[in-house]
Design a protein around this ligand. Structure first.
Ligand SMILES: *Cc1c(COP(=O)(O)O)cnc(C)c1O
Length: 231
């Protein structure tokens, strides 16, 4: 077995333990965040059965999509520009990073053109960090209602990128806040809005995120090793 597969299995095992600890019975899926890593690494994990991969750049996702098996579930987790929606709309299983009505409108337009229904998450900046994309928690309900009225697009839940911290416990409050927000939105029972997905938790804090209800965790470094942005 390759190191990569070992790493993946180790992370998956830690996810499983956190999941059991949480006493939850809903879904929980580990997404291998493969950004900056070569398609060959993805192929290695694919061979051992992994199907969910996360990319944050449109061009990179498209390149890898073309090289790899078509039953991979690609998650777009990075900021998405409106003019690039058309390149990925028919290639991704879920867009995690919708943070404006204008972006949702573009997704809707392209989806209708291609006769698709595209699943999306609203990206929420729960910690209120200046440097991060995402809407404020207070904006979520109204944005959800507006997007719900558009054709070809379906809100499945919420996503957040928590602050970079030394101690994962420091992010527990943000994960709990995102969970609570999803419960509040669900209670409003808005037509065409479901809140069954909660995308939160990365290498430094995925176990805490699972304890707080993450149904998708996005883990890169702990699986693939450190990223080299110089190449
Ligand atoms: C890169 C990235 C991750 C993975 O981060 P790691 O700390 O390497 O696990 C998760 N989510 C998003 C949105 C990312 O851009």
């Amino acid at each position: 077995m390759s190191t990569l597969t070992d790493n993946y299995n180790a992370v998956s095992f830690r996810c499983e333990k956190a999941y059991v600890r949480s006493g939850r019975t809903d879904d929980m899926t580990l997404i291998a965040v493969s950004k900056t890593h070569p398609a060959a690494d993805i192929a290695t994990l694919y061979e051992s059965g992994v199907r969910d991969f996360g990319e944050n750049k449109v061009q990179e996702l498209v390149d890898k999509y073309e090289q790899l098996p078509k039953d991979i579930r690609w998650h777009l987790i990075g900021h998405l520009q409106r003019n690039k929606v058309k390149y990925i709309i028919d290639k991704v299983c879920l867009i995690h990073s919708v943070d404006s009505l204008r972006l949702a409108e573009e997704i809707s337009r392209e989806a209708v053109k291609k006769d698709l229904t595209v699943d999306i998450l609203l990206e929420v900046n729960v910690a209120g960090e200046e440097s991060k994309f995402g809407i404020r928690p207070e904006e979520a309900q109204e944005l959800a209602e507006r997007i719900a009225a558009l054709p070809g697009i379906r809100i499945r839940g919420l996503m957040t990128i928590a602050p970079f911290v030394e101690d994962a416990e420091d992010n527990r409050k943000y994960f709990a806040k995102l969970k609570q927000l999803s419960v509040d939105i669900m209670r409003k029972n808005t037509h065409n809005v479901s809140m069954d997905i909660l995308s939160m938790g990365m290498t430094g804090d995925f176990e805490v995120a699972i304890e707080e209800g993450a149904t998708l965790v996005r883990v890169g470094t702990a699986i693939f090793g450190a990223r080299d942005y110089s190449i």
